[in-house]
Design a protein around this ligand. Sequence first.
Ligand code: ACO
Ligand code: LMR
Length: 264
Amino acid sequence: GKVRAPTHIISTISDDRGEEPCYAGVPMSSIVEQGYGVGDVISLLWFKRSLPSYCTKFIEICVMLCADHGPCVSGAHNTIVTARAGKDLVSSLVSGLLTIGPRFGGAVDDAARYFKDAYDKNLTPYEFVESMKKKGIRVPGIGHRIKRGDNRDKRVELLQLFARTHFPSVKYMEYAVQVETYTLSKANNLVLNVDGAIGTLFLDLLAGSGMFNKPEIDEIVEIGYLNGLFVLARSIGLIGHTFDQKRLKQPLYRHPWEDVLYTK
Ligand code: ACO
Ligand code: LMR
C-alpha cells in the first residue's frame, strides 16, 4: 500500500491547496456570496464551525465595542509613544498589544474561568468574592479605573441588552450581575467591566447555543480563546492611533519632568 511520509505540522482550520482557500471547510466563494461577516469568519477559524447569527453578531459587537477606548489607556499610550519614536506600523501595534494582560483587556479568559467555577460550584457572590480575597486574587472582570457604580460602562450595558434580547439563557451573566451588586456594596469602582461582561456572556453563548458539548466548552475556557476577542478588537484602534500620530507628524515623545516624582 501507500506509505504516507510523516508531516511536521498538523492544521485543522484552513486549507489553501485547492482552487480557493477554505475556512473550516467553507470555500471563500461561499463566504463572499453568502454574505458572511467577520463574526462568521471568527467562528470558522477559531471555533471550527458556523455559529447561529445571534452568536456571530455578538462576536462582532464585542469587536466593535472594544476597538478603542481613547488615547489614555495603556495600549493606546504605548502605541502612540512608539509611533512618535518613528517606528513602523507593526512595531507601534505590537507595542500597544503587549500591554494587554491581567489588568488591561486580558482578563476575559480569567473572568470566564473564575466565574464559571464559582457558578458551577453554586457559590454565592459573597462566598466567591470573599474566597478570592482570602487567596489574594482580584476578581478578574471586576473593577475599573474610571467607571463607577454611578457611571457604568455603556459597553457592558449594550452587551447585556443584546444578550438578554437574543440569548436563550444568560445565567452566567446574571450571576456576574449579582457578583457586581456585592462588589459595589464594598467599593464604588468595583463594577463589572467589559472583560468580565464578555467573559461571562461568552460562557452563556457557549452553553446556550447548543453548538458545543461540555468537553469542548471546558477546552475553550482552559485554553483561553476569549482574550483573543480583545486583542483582535483593540488592534483596530491601535492601528488607528498609529496612523493618527503619523498624520499629525507628532515629534518624539518625552515625558515631562514635572510629572515624575524624583525621590531617593
Ligand atoms: N477584585 C477585588 N478587589 C478589587 C478589584 C477586583 N477586581 N479591583 C480593585 N479591587 C479593590 C482592592 O481592594 C484594591 O485595593 P488594593 O490595591 O489594596 O488591592 C482597591 O479596590 C482599589 O483598587 P485600585 O488599585 O485603586 O484599582 P485600580 O483602579 O488600580 O485597578 C483594575 C483597576 C486594574 C481594573 C482592577 O480593578 C483590577 O485589577 N481588576 C481585575 C482585572 C480586570 O478585570 N481588568 C480588566 C479591566 S477592563 C479593561 O481593561 C478593558
Ligand atoms: C479599555 O477598554 O481600554 C478600558 O476599559 C480601560 C480603561 O481604563 O478605560
